[in-house]
Design a protein around this ligand. Structure first.
Ligand SMILES: Nc1ncnc2c1ncn2[C@@H]1O[C@H](COP(=O)(O)OP(=O)(O)O)[C@@H](O)[C@H]1O
Ligand SMILES: [Mg+2]
Length: 374
């Protein structure tokens, strides 16, 4: 998928996959009485699945996505997206902080789902990149996630009962033959580092055990900043393909991990000194940059926590610790995603792994530093 940045409206676009090859999209829209997408106006947004957006001949603006990947898994993810619609119905009217784009219809056979297009919106990732993500946004996002976690306490809506695939405990001991064949050199290096670090793998195993004992609630399960869509003052939560009843620490940790990942990403760049452009930053310089970036990030986690508490229950100590540990896993997951098709791990990725290790090995020691408690 080719991604371009459209500076005119700040959206990250992908080249739309040819709709002529996917006549099912038109069939779904026609079946829903929405007409056809106007061919000249079709855009696609950056994401894992193919998607098409734009106005239809009936004058409705739609976002349609096709769930890719193995069919059985795609069906499971479609069921999860639809379960979110059912969950929302259980919300008392005043619980407005949690919103998602309105679902217009779907086809289980063709693995397609259509939503109302949210106009003039930017994703959370775009907002963070442009420096426009405010503390108030952080509060709103915390309130949305806190509301989600408080929904359907009685378990009326049936949610995905499968166990989350990540973090992969088995791969901490050995990689499958298939994975060995297809992984990049950087991925293999990363797995080797993880497998040889007993304290770190014990941290990940402990996290999964604690997670299984935690009180369960509806969780997004795949939170990232690009799963947020901001339209003015309203924030929408997107992409509930991994919605299940699970440990709330997964979503809180992913939020924290997203900001840590961004802060660490800013550690790269040449060092200072005579031939600065040539030199990697010294460890001291890296540490200084990390401290400054963390200071900028912390309020975005504190406000998130306030919003979360305002919408429901403030996290207790055990939840804060698991959240810090899941933030560590999120960092590793991001490095894994970056190392596909790469030959080496960069110094910044190694720095990220070091920080992830601290979070997974000693989560209780870092909750205050992260802003998860005062
Ligand atoms: N209803 C919508 N209106 C406008 N933009 C949307 C809508 N839904 C998703 N998007 C945009 O498309 C991107 C991908 O959507 P998402 O549902 O997260 O798909 P994927 O499963 O491919 O990640 C989002 O990051 C967002 O920018
Ligand atoms: Mg997404």
């Amino acid at each position: 998928m080719t991604v371009t940045t459209d500076l005119a409206d700040h959206r990250y676009r992908a080249l739309p996959a040819d709709l002529a090859a996917v006549p099912e999209v038109e069939r779904l829209l026609q079946g829903l009485g929405l007409g056809r997408l106007l061919p000249d106006r079709i855009v696609s947004y950056s994401g894992r699945n193919d998607n098409w957006s734009g106005p239809t001949t009936e004058g409705v603006e739609v976002f349609v996505k096709h769930l890719g990947g193995p069919t059985e898994d795609a069906k499971r993810r479609l069921r999860n997206l639809l379960a979110f619609e059912e969950l929302l119905v259980t919300a008392p009217q005043q619980l407005s902080p949690l919103r998602g784009p309105r679902c217009l219809g779907w086809s289980e056979k063709d693995l397609l789902v259509a939503f109302e297009l949210v106009p003039s919106a930017v994703s959370g990732a775009e907002r963070a990149d442009s420096g426009d993500y405010t503390q108030q946004d952080a509060f709103r996002v915390g309130a949305a996630i806190g509301t989600l976690h408080g929904l359907d306490r009685v378990g009326r809506v049936r949610l995905d009962a499968s166990s989350p695939g990540l973090p992969p405990v088995a791969a901490l001991t050995a990689l499958s033959l298939e994975k060995h064949r297809t992984a990049s050199a950087a991925e293999l290096r990363l797995w080797s580092i993880l497998q040889h670090d007993e304290e770190l793998t014990a941290g990940i195993r402990t996290l999964r055990e604690r997670e299984s004992l935690a009180m369960q609630c509806p969780v997004h399960g795949d939170f990232r900043l690009d799963q947020l869509l901001f339209a003015g003052d309203v924030v929408h939560l997107l992409d509930f393909e991994e919605l299940r009843r699970g440990d709330p620490a997964r979503d809180i940790g992913a939020y924290v991990g997203e900001w840590l990942h961004r802060a660490i990403g800013k550690l790269s760049g040449p060092g200072r000194g005579a031939d600065a452009a040539e030199t990697a930053p010294s460890a001291k310089e890296m540490l200084g940059r990390a401290t400054r970036e963390l200071a900028r990030t912390r309020p975005l986690i504190e406000r998130f926590r306030e919003g979360y508490g305002a919408a429901g229950t403030a996290p207790d100590a055990a939840l804060r610790e698991r959240s810090a540990a899941f933030a560590g896993w999120h960092l590793i997951d991001r490095v894994l995603a970056q190392s596909v098709q790469r030959s080496t791990l960069t110094p910044v990725q190694r720095a990220a792994l070091g920080i992830a290790r601290t979070l997974l090995v000693s989560p209780a020691a870092v909750t205050a530093t992260l802003g998860l408690e005062d």
